[in-house]
Write a protein that binds this ligand. Structure first.
Ligand SMILES: Nc1ncnc2c1ncn2[C@@H]1O[C@H](COP(=O)(O)OP(=O)(O)OP(=O)(O)O)[C@@H](O)[C@H]1O
Ligand SMILES: [Mg+2]
Length: 279
């Protein structure tokens, strides 16, 4: 099996999911770390020298907004304590890592993300563009990746490992939550809990469908004329049942959603981190 295999990507994400849920293996050492500072979640992934996920953490946090660090101290503290826990889990030091930013992030913001991770105690070998990191898990360097995360929908056309077209539009998971809160007259936290439980998705579908249609229309407008044959959805919001169908209906293009779509980018960051012969 190789990394250029979608099924293998799914398996990697499943293994990483199990790691986050407590199944730690020390693997073969030579660890690399990927840190994804998202608008809704901070995710840290550790892979070993054979590219196997070995440990990880995910935490809800509002410390970065669309690649811009809005709470430096808290962001650093979260990453630092995740790294401490992960070192304990693995009984080993973690020295090297990488992070990522949405494509099009300005250089100053780019640097702030790096500083967060460096001040949390990692040597940062690379800062990647998020969709480029995601291709490492999805296989094939040519991909249309739509990342529907907390605040935005990011559309990236990646060819031969380079982002050749990118756009980021301000509709994401938070808009789903707002519509649910408004519909039921409940607060945001309650609406978020309701949304995160997949059991509720079918009943919530008519309520959130206009937001899904907006996301799908955004995707359609950006990819029109690019000869796109397949769309891959990543990011937590892509888990919403029914979104895939709405995007297929509006774009007329087949859509693929990896099972653990929330983990694709963080795992891709760790896998993309350059090897340095370190331990
Ligand atoms: N099972 C689920 N069903 C529906 N929505 C979900 C699910 N899991 C997570 N989400 C939503 O996904 C969003 C977080 O996704 P993700 O972690 O990919 O975002 P992020 O990387 O933090 O944000 P961004 O990429 O926009 O900076 C949140 O809005 C959350 O409510
Ligand atoms: Mg993200």
């Amino acid at each position: 099996m190789s990394l250029n295999d979608t099924k293998f990507g799914e398996e990697l994400c499943k293994t990483f999911w199990d790691c986050i849920n407590g199944s730690i293996h020390s693997g073969s050492g030579n660890y690399r770390v990927g840190v994804d500072l998202g608008t809704a979640n901070v995710v840290t992934a550790v892979v070993d020298g054979d590219d196997n996920p070995v440990a990880g953490r995910i935490k809800r946090a509002e410390v970065v907004r669309d690649g811009i660090v809005v709470n430096f101290v808290e962001a650093r503290n979260i990453v630092e304590s995740m790294l401490q826990e992960l070192r304990q889990d693995l009984g080993a030091d973690l020295e090297y890592g990488a992070c990522a930013v949405p494509p099009g992030t300005r250089e100053g913001d780019f640097r702030a993300v790096r500083y967060v991770v460096e001040s949390a105690g990692l040597q940062v070998s690379d800062v990647f563009e998020e969709p480029v990191a995601a291709t490492k898990v999805l296989g094939m360097e040519d991909q249309v990746i739509v990342d529907i995360g907390g605040g935005t929908t990011g559309i990236s056309i990646v060819k031969s490992g380079q982002v050749i077209y990118t756009a980021d539009e301000p509709t994401g998971g938070v808009h789903f939550t707002l519509v649910i809160a408004g519909n039921y007259g409940i607060d945001i936290d309650e609406a978020e809990e309701m949304k995160l439980n997949a059991v509720n998705h079918r009943r919530l579908l008519p309520i959130v469908k206009p937001v899904m249609e907006k996301v799908a229309t955004i995707i359609h407008e950006h990819i029109m004329g690019h000869g796109v044959e397949k769309i891959c959805l990543v990011g937590g919001t892509s888990s919403f049942e029914g979104l895939k169908d709405v995007v297929e209906q509006i774009t007329g293009i087949p859509v693929y959603v990896p099972e653990h779509c929330i983990l694709v980018t963080p795992l891709g960051i760790a896998l993309s981190c350059r090897r340095g012969g370190f331990k």
